[in-house]
Unconditional design. Structure first.
Length: 723
């Protein structure tokens, strides 16, 4: 029997045996389909368990970025298993003697191998990486059928066709051998070599199969055809091992990057005395992607988006998601500075930071979930407060305390982008500072210009070629403008220079500042005018601003406390009330309109020393079981006329009642500010060592080096504007 040009002659025995091969292929592709779908289902189920904090479940979870790969493998397996199943049921063999048809049957297995290797050879797990790997796999897998098609069309001799196909596949095998000898940087050597050993054994059997059919040894060729089909049943196991190893690789990259210093320079103090402490602390700042669930988008930025999330199925968090074009160790290392800084900053007026999560194709910074930004709050209609200034002063005090904390480091940290949009309001109406992406340690005064136009200090505006020389008082200027925003919500700072940055620059350098209300509290006027002074050396420190605002808060709270005490006394001869009763009174008298606002004012009263918890162990809370009492002497001393006499007197007298209470064991003010006092250990207990008490200084040293190196690269010659 003669065959058409380009087609081989196959005997009846081969067609009989081929029915069995079809069954084996149904089993092999079906197993790959079941394995791929099972892994996807398993991932989603274990991911939901891992959200609860189950460490064992977390270890079993693959990266979510692998799901597209698994779906592609499942789709290929479904298509060919369905084809072989239908062919076996219908006793259909197809034109097996056609080389093009035969190559089309071989293509899916080779495609799967190319796809897995190409995807895991990419430097990242981004969507473009998946597209590149898919394109590479399609081109390489289609190469053999195209060669066969061209050879048949040109009626090329079967010997030439066999040689061409063998040469083509040999180049593919050389690629696999190269990867076997030099495994990729991802996953690990063992997993790579297990998978590549599987692929190389497959090709050895496949080469033997094609050679036997080329020599017309049908019996031996059929044997190797069975061997190849049976061997490919192990594909799911080999792929799983490689994906699992790559998942562990990315987990390790997250931990490694946060510990790495982007340069080779490490401060001597850190490397000699405390590097082990830094490593121990920052290992805790890497969140396993299996413990983080990302929900709805709540904000969009220039380089990132913000989502609501759930950490370990219990903590509502905000997830700042960066999706760079490529995610590699170098990319992740770029985020380590902000992560290390956020981890080192622990203060009630700094947004709580939970850690960094590497979940390709994204890098996530996980922090406390707040209600809204100060910017959004100031654009809302203002309620008719009985004392609107008190609500404003509490916000101002929170903002000033956050900046004072940043500047308390040695050397100070500069935020460099203070503005209402970077202050967030939490569920208890406490203002917290966030977004430390532009923060720098003041180890050198020369820095690149960062900030928002209306909040930039004159010395920053005068910077040349994108570089300015300034100190921490540049933050004080930005803070002053932010405080003005709180006192004048919705007002234009520079109406004449609207939409004209250059005009605003000219006005600021000319000494013009936002207008102040004539009835503004004199002390607040002094604070703003001194804080935005054109001469940096004459600006007060953030600590001095905090002290001034505390004095204003004490005065305003004294009036509120006196009114509340009068209401409480009307209910009976007592000085105490529950948190729920005080909350009701504050809302009833329109000092607050929500429980959160009332809670914040209650803490302000405690912060001023006018209200105390019955055992001095808790902050203010809306509770019917927690009792608070008023300090009558402190309320009398806080009245405006008494405060004035206190300012004129230097003998101290009763003005030190807060210090006296502290000496007596009162920690109400600390609790009200959000600080949790350390518990005293028993005499027989060994003091517990908290490594986090050491980490701030160590992190500062590392970040100092970063700032110095950054400045050395960017600054050639600058002139200092301030001493």
């Amino acid at each position: 029997m003669s065959a058409p040009p380009g087609e081989a002659v196959l005997g009846d025995a081969f067609y009989h045996d081929y029915r069995k091969v079809q069954v084996v292929n149904v089993f092999g592709y079906g197993l790959l389909l079941i394995a791929s779908l099972s892994i996807i289902v398993h991932l989603r189920r274990t991911r939901s368990t891992a959200y609860l904090g189950d460490m064992e479940a977390a270890k079993k979870v693959l990266l979510p970025a692998f799901e597209p790969l698994l779906w592609i493998l499942a789709a290929v397996a479904f298509g060919y298993s369905s084809f072989y199943l239908g062919a076996a049921v219908a006793s259909y063999s197809g034109p097996l003697s056609s080389p093009v048809y035969a190559e089309a049957l071989y293509m899916p297995r080779q495609f799967n191998s190319y796809l897995v290797v190409a995807y895991l050879s990419q430097p990242s797990l981004s969507l473009p990486s998946m597209h590149r790997a898919l394109a590479i796999a399609v081109v390489l897998a289609a190469g053999a059928p195209l060669i066969a098609l061209v050879a048949v069309a040109l009626e090329t001799d079967s010997h030439v066709r066999y040689i061409l196909l063998t040469i083509y596949r040999s180049f593919m095998v050389l690629g696999f051998l190269y990867r076997f000898v030099y495994p990729g940087s991802r996953a690990n050597r063992r997993a790579w070599r297990i998978f590549l050993s599987f692929v190389l054994v497959y090709y050895a059997s496949f080469f033997s199969q094609t050679y036997m059919f080329y020599k017309d040894f049908s019996t031996e060729g059929t044997f190797f055809l069975f061997t190849t089909s049976f061997w490919y049943v192990l594909a799911p196991f080999a792929i799983w091992q490689l994906l699992k190893a790559d998942t562990e690789h990315w987990r390790g990259v997250g931990r490694q990057a946060i510990l790495q210093h982007p340069t080779t320079k490490v401060h001597e103090v850190v490397s000699a005395q405390g590097l082990h402490v830094l490593l121990e602390v920052h290992q805790r700042d890497v969140i396993d992607f299996a413990h983080l669930k990302i929900d709805d988008k709540i904000g969009v930025g220039a380089t990132s988006d913000v989502y609501k999330g759930l950490l370990r199925s219990s903590t509502r968090v905000a997830v700042k998601v960066y999706t760079p074009n490529e995610i590699s160790e170098a990319t992740i290392a770029e985020f380590s500075q902000e992560t290390a800084l956020c981890a080192a900053l622990k203060h009630p007026n700094i947004v709580a930071f939970y850690g960094m999560c590497v979940a390709p194709p994204a890098i996530c910074l996980v922090s406390e979930l707040c209600e809204c930004s100060l910017d959004a709050l100031l654009t809302q209609p203002r309620p008719a407060y009985t004392d609107p200034l008190l609500a404003q002063v509490t916000l101002m005090l929170d903002a000033a305390r956050a900046v004072a904390y940043l500047h308390s480091f040695s050397p100070p940290f500069l935020h460099r982008d203070l503005k209402p949009a970077n202050f967030l309001l939490d569920t208890n109406h406490v203002l917290k500072l966030t977004d430390f992406g532009e923060s720098r340690s003041l180890s050198t005064r020369a820095m690149t210009i960062k900030g928002t136009i209306e909040y930039m200090a004159p010395e920053v505006i005068e910077g040349k070629q994108g570089v300015a020389t300034y100190t921490h008082v540049a933050d004080v200027y930005s803070l002053a403008i932010t405080l003005w925003d709180i006192l004048h919500p919705g007002r234009e700072k520079y109406p004449v220079g609207r939409q004209n940055p250059l005009k605003i620059f000219e006005m600021v350098l000319d000494g013009q500042r936002p207008p102040l209300d004539h009835e503004l509290h004199p002390l607040l006027r002094d604070v703003l005018e001194s804080a935005w002074c054109s001469q940096p050396e004459y600006r007060p420190s953030a600590v001095a601003i905090v002290q001034a605002l505390e004095q204003v808060q004490e005065e305003l709270c004294g009036i509120v406390a006196q009114n509340l005490l009068r209401v409480i006394k009307c209910l009976g001869p007592r000085l105490a009330a529950t948190g729920a009763e005080l909350t009701h009174c504050l809302i009833q008298n329109e000092y607050a309109f929500t429980v959160a606002e009332a809670t914040r004012l209650g803490n302000a009263l405690m912060d001023a020393g006018l209200l105390h918890h019955e055992t001095h162990e808790r902050a203010f809370e809306d509770s019917a079981t927690t009792t608070y009492f008023f300090h009558e002497q402190a309320i009398e001393l806080s009245q405006p006329c008494v405060l004035l006499s206190k300012d004129k007197s230097n003998d101290g007298g009763d003005s030190n009642y807060n210090a006296d209470l502290l000496e007596a064991g009162c920690r109400c003010r600390q609790h009200a500010q959000g600080h949790v006092p350390q518990t005293k250990t028993k005499w027989y207990q060994r003091p517990r060592k908290d490594v986090r008490t050491k980490v701030n200084a160590l992190t500062v040293h590392l970040l100092n080096d970063l700032a110095e190196d950054d400045a050395l690269h960017k600054v050639s010659d600058t002139t200092s504007l301030s001493g």
